[in-house]
Structures are given as C-alpha cells and as structure tokens.
Design a protein around this ligand. Structure first.
Ligand code: AHR
Length: 494
C-alpha cells in the first residue's frame, strides 16, 4: 500500500502554542496521593514529592498543568488546603467518594509545578461556591499584598504572588454527575459575573468558560452557544473535553474514533464563530481542550472513602497509544484555534505515568506520542495535502489509513511529520518535501509491537517503547518511509 503527502512552508495552519503540551492533576484516586505526592516513599524529596515521578514528568516537557479538578473542583474549598498542615481538615469529596486530607493543596501544587518547570492552570469552584471564593482565591494567588488573602499568602512565607495566567471558570457544569450542576443560563450568568470580579483583582488573567463536557451530551452545542452569549466579552477560551474508549472488540473502529474528536473541535469552532457573528465582534474565541485522552477499563478496582486509592488505574495497550497519537494529531491540525490542551490525567488515572504505592514508577505507552509531540511539535503546524488508502467500518466511512500532521520549527530548522498507520499492512509513505530543499533526513522514530494488547508493567516497563531506525530515505526532496503495520511514526528532517 502507498500513501503520499505534500508538505509546504506556505500551508500554515497556525503556531502550536506552548500551552498545547499540557496535562492535568486532579485530586482523584492516586493522582496526587501516592502519585506525585507520597512523603513516605523512598524517593520523596523535602516536600514529599516523589522524585522518580518528577523525573518522568520533567521528561515530558509539560508546559502547563491544570489543577485541582475536574469534578473534584465543584465541591472543593481551596482554603482547606493552605496553611499549617496540622490544622487542615479532612473532608468528604463527593465527586469521587474519597477522603480528602488536604495535606496537598494550592501552595504544594505551585511548588511542584515549579520543580516540574510548568505553568499552572487553576480552576475555581463554580459548583458549590461562586464569585466570592473566586475573587479571594485569585487575590491569594495573584495580588501582591495589602488585602486579607494576599497577606495570608505572605504569612505562609510566599512573598511574591504566583501570577497564575490561566483560570478555568469551573468544570463540566452541564453534567448530571457534577456537584451543583447548572443550566446553561445559570452557569453563563455566574461565569460572566465571576470573570468580571476576577479581572478586577487581576486584569492580566486569561479565563476559560466551561463548554459542553462531551459531544454526546444532549445539550451539545446549545450549552456552548448559550454560555458564550453570556460570557463572550469576558472570557478568552471555551473548554471542550473528549475521552475515547473502545466500545466493541474491533480495532479498526477504535482507531477511527479520533475522527469524532476532530468533528467535535470543528463543531465547537463553528459554535464560537456563530456567536462571534451574532455579537458583531472581531474577537475570535480560542479553544481550551483541557481534558482529552483515551480510556480503557481499569486494572484495579476502586475502593471508595479512602485516600490515594487507585481510580481508573490502567495499563494502556499499544493499540491505545495509536488512538492517543491520532487524538494528538487532531489537536495539532487545529493549532490555529486550540490554544490550550491538557492530556487527562498525568499519573495513575488513565495516566501517562503509573506508580505503585511505595514502589516503582513507569511509563504507559501513551507517554511516548505525547513526549514526541512536546519535543518536536512546537512551531508552525502545516496543512498536509494527503492521499491515503481508506477503509470503512459500520460506524465510520473513508477512514484514512495514514493519519498525519506536520510541524515546522523555522528557528531550529526542523521539520517533523507525525504519522499513525491505522492498518494491518505496512504502507510506503511518500513525502514531498521539496519546499524544504536544504533539510536532510534526521531520524525516523517508530513505536509498534507485534501484539496490539502489549502493555508496560513494573516488571517489564519497556515492553512498549519507541526506537529509532525506522526506514526512511530522502532523495531530491522526496522522502519515502515505511510505516510498519499499526505504528506510531515521527519522521524528522533538519
Ligand atoms: O477522569 C477525569 C474526570 O473526567 C474529570 O474530573 C471530569 O472533568 C471528567 O468528567
């Protein structure tokens, strides 16, 4: 089989902003407790942060990390998690039915992000709480001094404000599962007034309004339209979430499912642009894809009303990494409108990094496509003109066997083409790179496995991992790569 793409410097989609390479830390299961934070672990540093996990997180080169939820946020009192640890209360978290000891809170998270080298994205509780708490929280985080909450921060030894740039105005408030769910009008009004108050404390912040929590919600995209009608002038981004789970035991269908994610992106853009027209404004709404991932039945049963009990702790299969890779490509292909993207979640809940309490930390196969995009996907996303063989399933027609995206980093003089081969046969992939005359072939990274069900375990952490040495030749501006069956590929020119 053969496929072909033309790649040109002139076909620019947009710049892949730094915030596209983000992840998400929620107080959920063992993401925080026994995940990034485990003071009793042998690798824990002076703050109780697991350094084995920290090392893996740093490898990913995350630009942003969203916190503290998620559904957790809609019942969270941020003040419970600050100040002397001995005085912090244990609370019931109704979102995940767990005991929240509050020994890790806002200040610990900010210290952890600094160690990671990432920027924080903070979410305020617009479920059980509202404007008052949001304005106090932003004062605590971003105001220099002189008010009750900024001085409270200083009394905790944090003299300089955190200057958190990006704030989410709640989370998934359209969902029945949400603590204090709202109608679109109720939420839209609340988000609008909260945004005003927060900006009066710090006019420099960027705000994210809550869009529909999924494309299958009955209120999609009417929720989004209504919320934007209330908030358009006051926010910078609209959020979207998407989780891709295998429904039948059918690989072809599963590999095609990211097409729905791409359709959701297009639907949300259309909704934003519709409201832009109604509002007769030149302001273009940007998208915050602040939760996206693949999903699979967990390997460990969840026990409620514990702290740090694994929730959706799953060893992803090779197959999941291909779907994850395609999802990532759909984000890169919309770099003109998606400004923020957070893989969800970082550790232990449908994670890129798995840990055992008191034991090892290792990489899920999905770790690698993210790593490659974070390393080589920064620059100008280019629109590929592609001709690929296609297949049909009961649910999807015309699914391209080769799914690809390209990014050019002019400063570094590097072109990277990412490609997923969704097929069971090898594909000879021709790339017309004549527009990049001076670039030479640099490397072809491949991730594949003879078993699509292969996983990484604590005992065999490297069962699924990428290797260099994929077959690519370059001659007169035409590259030819062999895309192995069911493979993730990173083809680099420099
Ligand atoms: O799995 C993470 C959860 O999924 C988040 O808390 C919520 O926002 C989404 O429904």
């Amino acid at each position: 089989q053969r496929a072909r793409s033309i790649v040109s410097k002139d076909f620019i989609i947009g710049t892949t902003g730094d915030r596209l390479f983000g992840s998400f830390v929620e107080h959920m299961g063992s993401v925080v407790y026994n995940g990034i934070y485990e003071p009793e672990h042998e690798s824990a540093d002076e703050d109780g942060f697991r350094q084995d996990v920290l090392g893996l997180v740093k490898e990913l080169g995350l630009s942003v990390v969203r916190y503290p939820g998620g559904n957790f946020t809609s019942g969270y009192n941020w003040e419970d998690g600050i100040g002397p640890k001995a005085e912090r209360p244990v609370k019931l978290d109704l979102a995940w039915r767990q005991l929240e000891p509050n020994t890790f809170g806002l200040d610990e998270f900010m210290r952890w992000t600094r160690k990671v080298g990432a920027e924080a994205i903070m979410t305020v509780n617009l479920g059980t709480r509202g404007i008052d708490e949001a304005r106090n929280m932003i004062e605590y985080c971003n105001f220099p001094k002189g008010g009750k909450y900024s001085d409270l921060r200083r009394s905790h030894g944090i003299e300089q404000p955190y200057a958190i740039r990006t704030w989410c105005l709640g989370n998934e408030l359209d969902g029945e599962w949400q603590i204090a769910r709202k109608t679109a009008d109720e939420y839209g009004r609340l988000a609008c007034e909260t945004a005003k108050a927060m900006r009066w404390v710090d006019p420099t912040v960027e705000l994210v309004a809550v869009g529909s929590s999924a494309r299958h919600m009955p209120t999609f995209p009417e929720w989004d339209r209504t919320v934007l009608m209330h908030t358009y002038e006051h926010v910078d981004h609209l959020s979207l979430h998407h989780y891709i789970g295998k429904k039948q035991n059918d690989t072809k269908t599963f590999l095609a499912m990211p097409l729905e994610m791409e359709q959701q992106i297009k639907d949300v853009i259309a909704t934003c642009d519709y409201v832009q027209s109604v509002k007769r404004t030149s302001k273009r709404m940007k998208l915050s894809f602040d939760e996206w991932n693949v999903w699979r039945e967990p390997d460990v049963e969840y026990v409620p009303w514990q702290t740090g009990c694994p929730f959706d702790w799953v060893k992803f299969h090779m197959e999941d990494a291909l779907v994850f890779g395609s999802a990532l490509l759909s984000i890169l292909r919309h770099a003109d409108r998606i400004d923020i993207a957070c893989q969800s979640l970082l550790v232990n809940t449908i994670p890129m990094i798995l840990t055992e309490k008191g034991g090892a930390a290792w990489r899920n196969p999905t770790f690698y496509p993210f790593l490659h995009a974070s390393r080589y996907g920064r620059g100008q996303a280019l629109r590929l003109v592609t001709d690929s063989p296609k297949y049909d399933t009961a649910a999807y027609t015309d699914v391209a066997i080769v799914d690809s995206a390209a990014v050019y980093n002019e400063e570094k003089g590097e072109l990277t083409v990412f490609a997923v081969n969704r097929g069971e046969e090898a594909v000879l992939y021709e790339l017309d790179t004549r527009d990049f005359g001076s670039l030479a072939f640099a490397e072809h990274i491949v991730m594949s496995h003879e078993r699509l069900s292969a996983v990484n375990t604590a005992q065999r952490p490297d069962e699924v991992k990428p290797r260099t040495g994929g077959k690519t030749t370059l001659d007169g501006g035409r590259a030819e790569s062999v895309l192995e069956p069911y493979s993730w590929n990173v083809i680099r020119f420099a």
